[in-house]
Design a protein around this ligand. Structure first.
Ligand code: SF4
Ligand code: SF4
Length: 205
């Protein structure tokens, strides 16, 4: 089996948003949407801090689909549009999606974005990977772990572009992979573990 995942080293993340915007470019994500966001944990804006001067701190938290082993979104999808693929990724079949948004409500990570209107790009044309399928109005979308790139043996674009080398991509089912060693290193944080969705994406403090 294969279980593709991303591990994120929080101490390395500088909040530059390169992951968010490289994802947007690669995947032709429409205006007003992001598949990958970077928030400032506990603060009220993306570059905010917590605490009172001089005791202030800031921790950036990149957030996208957690590619759960036990995905809450898949369970509620009435058409089978959301599915777990053979590489361990959670994917959406855009042809089967009827736009009911049950998955959006079920996802504890707010990872899904919906095309309320016909997708438009600031450039007026598609600029991403030509192999990434087009989406239309009324269809759900989210991080695919850069399916088209990873099928070609390449890193997801966020991993490739992160200037701080905060992101590690690989197969959690390969005990010799860098990501498996990172996960086994201790100090690992799983978001909303109590929800029982078993995220494959994880964070190292
Ligand atoms: S590109 Fe890397 S350093 Fe920049 S916000 Fe994303 S994870 Fe953090
Ligand atoms: S919006 Fe689409 S992917 Fe989500 S639950 Fe409905 S049919 Fe499934």
């Amino acid at each position: 089996m294969t279980k593709l995942a991303i591990g994120i080293k929080l101490e390395r993340c500088i909040g530059c948003q390169t992951c968010a915007f490289s994802c947007k470019m690669q995947n032709n994500v429409p205006d007003g949407m992001l598949w990958n966001r970077v928030i400032s944990e506990g603060a009220d804006n993306e570059d905010g801090s917590v605490g009172t001067y001089p005791n202030v701190s800031r921790t950036y938290l990149p957030l996208a689909c957690q590619h759960c082993e036990n995905p809450a979104c898949q369970k509620v999808c009435p058409t089978g549009a959301t599915y777990k693929d053979e590489m361990g990724r959670v994917e959406i079949d855009y042809q089967k999606c009827i736009g009911c948004r049950m998955c959006m409500a079920a996802c504890p990570f707010n990872a899904r974005v919906f095309n309320w209107v016909k997708p438009e790009r600031a450039t007026g044309f598609d600029y991403g990977d030509a192999e990434v399928p087009a989406r239309k109005k009324g269809v759900m979308e989210k991080c695919t772990l850069c399916k088209e790139r990873t099928d070609r043996g390449e890193n997801p674009m966020c991993v490739e572009c992160c200037p701080a080398r905060a992101r590690v991509f690989g197969d959690l089912d390969d005990p010799e992979s860098e990501i498996s060693k990172l996960r086994a290193s201790g100090n690992v944080r799983i978001l909303l573990e109590e929800k029982g969705t078993r995220p494959q994406v994880f964070y190292v403090k």
